[in-house]
Design a protein around this ligand. Structure first.
Ligand SMILES: NC(=O)c1ccc[n+]([C@@H]2O[C@H](COP(=O)([O-])OP(=O)(O)OC[C@H]3O[C@@H](n4cnc5c(N)ncnc54)[C@H](OP(=O)(O)O)[C@@H]3O)[C@@H](O)[C@H]2O)c1
Length: 326
């Protein structure tokens, strides 16, 4: 197949392109900033600069590229900074998930491209009721927190638009598997605490496993919603100390809910104490997906113990040794 990957230079795109090529596909890889061109070429793709918010340009790229399939992996999260206003940090990503999805779907329709897979998100979206782990059939949170409403609406929009068009929306877990993963610096600096009882559940997925599931969704012409998460949804009180240990950091701090609400806002309290995880049973059953890292328990260790901190130094082995003795 000839596959157009929008967002080929991103965290997931850069893992997906080589896996597609290894499986025998041809890839047109799009990116936004000129600096990403070389990266995309080095991955083995035809590199095309494209702003998904420029609908005529999207139409031109799809009509000229003549792909058999399109994968939408474009987000704008590189410079995401912690903010009490969740939606502010996601504003551009929300546009990529709504306007960008519309532009790609319209171009796909016009060019006769039937296979369409798009990036969605599983964690912190399901209704905060009932059991800790949710399937695709369970309902999404009917009352998202005010500071997250636009982001939740944009993800719902993408899920609906893509599946209405006969494509698949992959609700990925929290990505990890790279030295610069978003959680690395805050956990290293002890800025990511266990809130309250730390009972909020997270679902993670290693980037290589997420890319493998995406290749399968394309090849099997999957339609519908799929949770692409590992086998081990877990509360923050379990995964955070393991991540800190793998990074050679001190154990996470513990803070009461009222303090977290004051400092970090409602969304941080919800994620840390009430969020539900996701089940991958459907993706395994229908896509035949097998995970290299079935649990973050092995994945964090495999990723981060081999990773130097971003200041260029060696991991703090002394700190790690200290922690592992406690
Ligand atoms: N499920 C998850 O947990 C999840 C999901 C997404 C991201 N993240 C995390 O967020 C961090 C940043 O993600 P990232 O490295 O993928 O970077 P990113 O800034 O989110 O960019 C992703 C891709 O989208 C492209 N892009 C950005 N704006 C675009 C636009 N207007 N039109 C078309 N394409 C556009 C980027 O191109 P350029 O490279 O040229 O800018 C890149 O190829 C990473 O740590 C990642 O793991 C997590």
């Amino acid at each position: 197949m000839r596959v157009l990957v929008a967002g080929a230079s991103g965290a997931i795109g850069a893992r997906l392109v080589p896996q597609l090529i290894a499986a025998g596909h041809e890839v047109i890889g799009t990116f936004r900033s000129p600096a990403s061109a070389e990266r995309v070429r080095a991955l083995g793709a035809e590199a095309v600069t494209l702003d998904l918010l420029d609908a005529p340009a999207v139409r031109k790229a799809v009509l000229e590229g003549q792909p058999d399939a399109i994968v939408h992996q474009a987000t704008a999260l590189k410079d995401l900074r912690f903010s009490r206003n969740f939606d502010r940090g996601f504003a551009q990503t929300n546009r990529l998930r709504t306007e960008g999805t519309d532009a790609l779907l319209a171009a796909a329709r016009e060019a006769g491209v039937r296979r369409f897979v798009a990036q969605s998100f599983a964690s912190y979206r399901y209704a905060r009721e009932g059991g800790p782990v949710k399937t695709e059939a369970d309902r999404l949170d009917p009352n998202p927190l005010p500071s997250t409403r636009q982001s939740q609406a944009a993800m719902r929009y993408l899920d609906q638009a893509v599946t209405d068009a006969g494509g698949s929306a992959l609700r990925y877990g929290g990505f990890y598997g790279a030295a610069n993963d978003g959680l690395v610096e805050p956990v290293r600096k002890r800025q990511f605490p266990i809130v309250g009882d730390g009972g909020g559940i997270s679902s993670f997925v290693h980037l290589d496993d997420a890319a493998a599931a995406t290749v399968l969704a394309l090849e099997r012409d999957a339609a519908g919603i799929y949770n692409i998460v590992d086998d081990d949804p877990a509360p923050a009180r379990e995964w955070l100390p393991v991540l800190a240990n793998a990074l050679g950091a001190k154990p996470p701090r513990r803070v009461p809910r009222w303090l977290a609400r004051l400092v970090a806002g409602e969304a941080a309290v919800m994620i840390g104490t009430e969020a539900r995880g996701a089940s991958n049973a459907k993706a395994k059953r229908e896509l035949g997906w097998e995970l290299r890292y079935p649990s973050w328990r092995q994945g964090f260790v495999a990723t981060y113990t081999a990773t130097a901190p971003s200041d260029g130094g060696q991991p703090d082995r002394a700190a790690r040794a200290r922690h592992s003795q406690t």
